[in-house]
Design a binder for this molecule. Structure first.
Ligand SMILES: *Cc1c(COP(=O)(O)O)cnc(C)c1O
Length: 232
């Protein structure tokens, strides 16, 4: 049985590992935001972690996410990290702080139209498909610059950096070159557009420490905190 004490002890252990990895790479631990990925996890566990001081949570499926946002009246900063269809853009604005998975100009335009009408803003990251597995979402490297250029014309979207979701690794070090590559791309885009792009969303349960060593500012950790997912 997974007790509340088990949950809290896994959470504290992940937090300590995040801090240790930041210090090992000569970075300020406060510059690494732990996003607790709560997809497939019950609202009660989110509430428990929130009471323990966790404020950033990430969801991947919009219907599931909305049910939890409605159920939890807690001071939570929500991140949407999964693929979002353009016709679902309306569910994001005003409710989520950041979209990690922007992958098309059509989606950006839909978000911008909605936000303009609401006088709102949204922080966004462009998701890059580094390993080029064609079934996964995210833009290819060679499409990134074009999307970024058009995105910069949309006043309500605050482009803050890049996100990637490399293949599930069997060894923690396996994806490290991909993390380094994403950082290089982020730096190149910053120079290309003369824009500060502070955020790099990379690293999950099995490799968040390696991602932090390569400069991750947002790590998305699910099962290492929550345990196995119970619903999807
Ligand atoms: C599910 C998910 C995660 C977290 O995965 P874990 O292996 O459970 O840590 C991170 N990022 C995205 C985009 C996800 O969908």
């Amino acid at each position: 049985m997974d007790s509340e004490a088990d949950l809290l002890s896994r959470y504290l252990s992940v937090k300590e590992r995040v801090t240790a990895a930041a210090l090992r790479s000569d970075r300020n631990p406060e510059d690494v935001c732990l996003v607790a990925v709560s997809k497939g996890q019950p609202a009660e566990k989110i509430a428990t972690l929130c009471r323990a001081g966790q404020s950033h949570f990430g969801e991947s499926y919009i219907q599931e996410a909305l049910a939890k946002l409605d159920a939890l009246a807690l001071p939570i900063t929500w991140h949407f990290i999964g693929h979002l269809q353009t016709n679902k853009a309306k569910f994001i604005t005003g409710r989520f702080y950041m979209l990690h998975s922007l992958d098309s100009f059509k989606l950006a335009e839909a978000l911008n139209n909605r936000l303009a009408a609401q006088n709102g803003r949204l922080s966004v990251l462009i998701q890059v498909n580094l390993a080029c597995e064609c079934q996964k979402s995210g833009v290819r490297e060679d499409e990134l610059e074009q999307l970024a250029e058009k995105l910069l014309n949309l006043p309500t979207l605050d482009w803050q950096g890049l996100m990637s979701m490399p293949p599930l690794s069997t060894k923690p070090d396996e994806n490290r070159p991909l993390f380094a590559k994403l950082r290089g791309l982020r730096d190149a885009m910053g120079r290309r557009f003369g824009k500060n792009l502070p955020q790099l969303s990379m690293g999950m349960s099995d490799d968040f420490e390696q991602a932090i060593l390569e400069g991750a500012t947002l790590v998305r950790v699910g099962t290492s905190i929550f345990g196995p997912r119970t619903q999807t």
